[in-house]
Design a binder for this molecule. Structure first.
Ligand code: ZN
Length: 546
């Protein structure tokens, strides 16, 4: 992978956030913010570093550049819809907030709750965040929802509201947002008229129609056929993470992307190894009977624009879509690696973090190529292993309930590393294994900081404890750095893969609960080390100047 590095051509300009404590307006009534409050907000803002998001567009035709402007307009509408879904009327909230830093933090979080701090409220007088965000009435109980006789109450694309009599009703997105989706639909239609690639044109036309009816399947199918266009756009109500009450409601977002043709060609070759890798998994045969999707599309992109859900709190660096299982069965999924966003996190977080926590002699092995590969193979590794329990009774997801996501993310991390190791041994991947392993350890520290409310955060805590017990790394108590024992890595990686795949295949809810309880927490020692990162103002995530 080392040779790929020379193709990185994107520059990131650092724009540090203006100091927020100095910009308060003393005339505002809300400006009773004490120094303590102001410094609390500046501490929260310090968790993010603002990076200018740049992508090469010079090679695009005039039509394509014009198309991007239209798509950005459409994305901005999605941004507004997500604000409503996450909080409600964000403008009126912003009007009550005088302090510039506070305003900034509301915008980053799309509301008054800190997404990197278990949704802790940070605006005075604001209560805790409703689990169902603004998708449901705040006073609705789960039981009331379950008893309500509403045909499309569990639909991905309806709000639940109350009528004048206080009874629950459902309101489809295309009715709630009638004006906005009309406008977005027109913009996508206009963009489609500029499209040179016929598959992309068709997708834009169908997406334009889908927004008006909330029937997305035809456009999802068409998106799977988009293979050759230089521009791509993911737009509409897509992921359900924002609805933490039931996980039913999809939130609006948009990504505007430019394909990196050169990296994409190189990624294409890895998908073909999947069947072989599945066969070699370090687990008993009964846990690897499923066939991994052979239609795995893997491409690299630079992000031009993030809007809505994907722009809230920590930023996505890889996408695996569509979510519609029927489309997945027919056509598979597309995996999109967001290269410039990864680069930003690598430069601004991973490298500075490793200068604090990784052994000085091993810092030379922290590389962007290894970070890119580990992240990429994480995505691909979701396709390995097992989706249904071996007794055939249910899906792994159903059996493991609230622990399913953390274990699945943990699986993808460790099997991603397993793939790296296997491909490296087969001569299909360049670079020194020490780079992949050392960068992997640094990534654990990065992800643990997302906290226990994030599936990724929890998965990394478990792996940290597991690896520590297996002697994969040791801590130098003098200087507080961690050193990888490369000889121990493969055994521990195989053991953890074996354990996770077995727990998943058995649908062993109690076993997973025990693993999470024992290992899914941060030891006082680790916490002290993470605190050193905060003290040195090493950010947890990035925001994009776009
Ligand atoms: Zn994942």
């Amino acid at each position: 992978m080392r040779l790929l590095l020379s193709t990185v051509i994107i520059g990131f300009t650092l724009l540090f956030l203006a100091s927020c404590g100095s910009s308060s307006d003393p005339s505002s009534a809300e400006e009773t913010a004490t120094d303590a409050n102001t410094s609390a907000i500046s501490q929260r803002l310090d968790k993010y570093i603002n990076v200018r998001l740049e992508a090469p567009i010079d090679h695009l035709s005039e039509n394509q550049q014009q198309m991007i402007s239209l798509l950005i307009e459409a994305a901005d509408i999605m941004d507004g819809l997500f604000s409503y879904e996450a909080y409600g009327n964000q403008d009126s909230l912003l009007n009550t907030v005088g302090d510039a830093g506070l305003k900034e933090y509301v915008k980053i979080n799309y509301g008054p709750w800190d997404r990197l701090d278990n949704n802790e409220p940070f605006v005075k007088g604001v209560g805790s965040k409703p689990a169902g965000a603004n998708f449901y009435p705040p006073d609705m109980s789960k039981a009331e929802f379950e008893q309500a006789e509403l045909t499309d109450k569990a639909s991905l694309y309806t709000f639940i509201r109350r009528n004048e009599n206080g009874e629950l009703i459902s309101v489809p997105y295309h009715e709630m947002f009638a004006g906005e989706v009309q406008q977005t639909s027109i913009l996508l239609k206009q963009a489609s008229e500029l499209a040179e690639d016929s598959d992309f044109k068709k997708y834009l036309e169908l997406r334009s129609e889908a927004l008006l009816t909330d029937e997305y399947q035809a456009s999802d199918l068409a998106w799977m056929d988009v293979k050759n266009n230089a521009i791509d756009v993911v737009i509409g109500p897509i992921e359900t993470y924002e609805d933490q009450l039931f996980g039913y409601k999809a939130a609006h977002e948009a990504y505007i992307l430019i394909k990196d043709q050169e990296w994409s060609q190189r990624l294409a070759k890895y998908a073909q190894f999947l069947p072989q890798l599945q066969e070699n998994l370090p687990v008993d045969d009964q846990y690897k009977q499923e066939k991994p999707g052979s239609d795995a599309e893997l491409n690299a992109y630079d992000v031009v624009y993030y809007a809505g859900d994907c722009n809230a709190g920590s930023k996505t660096i890889a996408i695996n879509l569509p979510n519609d299982e029927e489309v997945q069965l027919k056509k598979g999924t597309r995996r999109l690696q967001l290269k410039n966003a990864m680069r930003a996190k690598y430069d601004e977080i991973l490298v500075p973090l490793s200068e604090v926590l990784i052994d000085p002699e091993q810092r030379q092995y922290i590389t962007f190529d290894a970070f890119f590969a580990n992240t990429m193979f994480h995505e691909v590794a979701h396709g390995l292993g097992i989706k249904n329990t071996i007794d055939g009774q249910s899906t792994v997801r159903e059996a493991l309930r609230e622990h399913a996501s953390a274990l699945e993310e943990g699986k993808a991390d460790v099997l991603g590393l397993y793939m790296v190791t296997q491909l490296h041994e087969a001569g299909g991947l360049e670079g020194d294994l020490k780079e992949f392993y050392t960068t992997f350890l640094a990534s654990i520290f990065r992800s643990v900081r997302f906290g226990a409310s994030s599936a990724h955060g929890k998965a990394n805590m478990i792996r940290f404890s597991y690896f520590q017990e297996k002697g994969v790394f040791e801590r130098d108590s003098e200087i507080g750095t961690y050193r990888v024992n490369y000889d121990q890595m493969q055994q521990a990686m195989n053991d953890l893969s074996h354990d996770i795949l077995t727990l998943q295949g058995d649908g062993d809810y109690d076993g997973v609960a025990q693993l999470v309880a024992e290992k899914g927490k941060i030891s006082p020692q680790l916490q002290a080390d993470l605190d050193r990162l905060s003290e040195q103002s090493i950010p947890v995530d990035v925001t994009f100047e776009q």
